[in-house]
Ligand binder design. Structure first.
Ligand code: HEC
Length: 277
C-alpha cells in the first residue's frame, strides 16, 4: 500500500513538474547552432582560433572571471611563446606558473554586480546548449537596432498587435505574453542588461564584447561573431585540454579492435576447418 502511495506521489510530481519544464524550455528562443570544429569523433581544435580566443579571454573576460583550472604556462600548448605567456600573465599581475585568476576578488565583484562572476574553466560543459549557449549569450544583447525599435514602439505608450509581434520577434520574446513583453521593454529602456538567450533575459553581466574589442595580431577580422567563436573555442579547450589526445586514443583503440576482430575470425575459421560435418 505504501508503495502504491509512493507511486502516486511520483506520478503527481511528474505531472506537476513536466509541463512546467516543457514550458520553460519552449519559452526562450532556440539557440542558433554553430559549426564547432572540435565536435565529433574526428573533431580537432583549430589552433589559430584557440590562440585568438585565449587573447580574448585574458584581455576581456578575465577582468571579471577566473579560469582557475588552467595555468598561464599551459597556454604554451596553444603556440604562445614563453615571452608571450609571461606578458599575458604580467598584464594580470600574475606569474606564468599561476592559475588564470581574475584580478577582481569575489568581494568587490559582489559589490559591483551583486553576484560573483562564475569561474569559466568548465563553463562550456556547465550549461544546457554547451558551446552554442556560450556563443549565443555573447551575441544575445540588444543591438542598437533593437534599442531603436524598443524606443519606437514605446513612444505612444501603447503596443499595437503589429508592434507587439515585431518587437517580440526581434528580441526573441513570447508574443503570447504581452504583459511580460511590456515589462521587458521598460527594463531595456532603463538600460538593464537584456539578453535574448539568458534564462529570464536580464543578468548582471554587461555586454563584454563588441566589434573590435580585441586586436588580433594574425589579421583575422575582429568582429563580435569571430571573437565570440574564438573565445568559446578557447573555453571548450579549457574545459577539456586533453580532448585531442582522448580522440586520438579512441581512434587507435577502434583500429586495434578491428584488427583483433579480423584476426579472431581467421583463427576461428582455421580451428573449425578441421571439423567435418
Ligand atoms: C565586467 C565584468 C564581466 C566581464 C568583462 C565578463 N563577464 Fe561574464 N559575467 C559577469 C557577471 C557579473 C556574471 C554573472 C551574471 C548573473 O548571474 O547575473 C557573468 C556571467 C557569465 C556567464 C554565465 C552565464 C550563465 O548562464 O549563468 C558566462 C558564460 C560568462 N559570464 C561569460 C563571459 C565571457 C566569455 C566573457 C568574455 C568575453 C565575460 N563573461 C566577460 C561579469 C563579466
Amino acid at each position: 500500500m505504501d508503495f502504491l502511495k509512493f507511486l502516486k506521489a511520483v506520478a503527481l510530481a511528474a505531472a506537476v513538474v513536466l509541463p512546467q519544464s516543457a514550458l520553460a524550455s519552449s519559452d526562450g528562443p532556440v539557440l542558433p547552432k554553430q559549426d564547432w570544429k572540435f565536435v565529433g569523433i574526428f573533431g580537432q581544435f583549430d589552433q589559430a582560433a584557440l590562440k585568438r580566443g585565449a587573447r580574448v579571454a585574458v584581455e576581456v573576460c578575465m577582468a571579471c572571471h577566473s579560469i582557475k583550472y588552467i595555468k598561464f604556462d599551459a597556454l604554451k600548448k596553444l603556440g604562445f611563446t614563453e615571452a608571450e605567456v609571461i606578458a599575458l600573465a604580467e598584464a594580470q599581475s600574475r606569474n606564468k606558473k599561476d592559475a588564470m585568476l581574475s584580478p577582481m576578488d569575489a568581494t568587490s565583484a559582489k559589490d559591483s554586480f551583486g553576484v560573483v562572476p562564475p569561474d569559466l574553466s568548465l563553463m562550456t560543459k556547465a550549461r544546457k546548449g554547451y558551446e552554442d549557449y556560450l556563443y549565443a549569450i555573447l551575441n544575445g544583447y540588444a543591438s542598437d537596432a533593437d534599442r531603436a525599435l524598443v524606443q519606437k514602439v514605446m513612444e505612444d505608450g501603447s503596443l499595437s498587435e503589429q508592434e507587439l509581434l515585431e518587437v517580440s520577434s526581434a528580441l526573441g520574446l513570447n508574443a503570447h505574453n504581452p504583459e511580460r513583453v511590456k515589462e521587458v521593454l521598460v527594463r531595456i529602456q532603463a538600460n538593464e542588461n537584456f539578453n535574448k538567450y539568458f534564462p529570464g533575459n536580464f543578468f548582471a553581466m554587461p555586454q563584454p564584447l563588441s566589434d573590435g574589442s580585441v586586436t588580433y595580431p594574425d589579421g583575422v577580422e575582429n568582429s563580435l561573431k569571430q571573437m565570440s567563436h574564438d573565445v568559446t573555442t578557447f573555453l571548450a579547450w579549457a574545459a577539456e585540454p586533453t580532448l585531442m589526445e582522448r580522440k586520438a586514443l579512441g581512434v587507435k583503440v577502434m583500429l586495434y579492435l578491428m584488427v583483433l576482430t579480423v584476426m579472431f575470425y581467421a583463427v576461428k575459421r582455421r580451428v573449425w576447418a578441421k571439423i567435418h560435418h
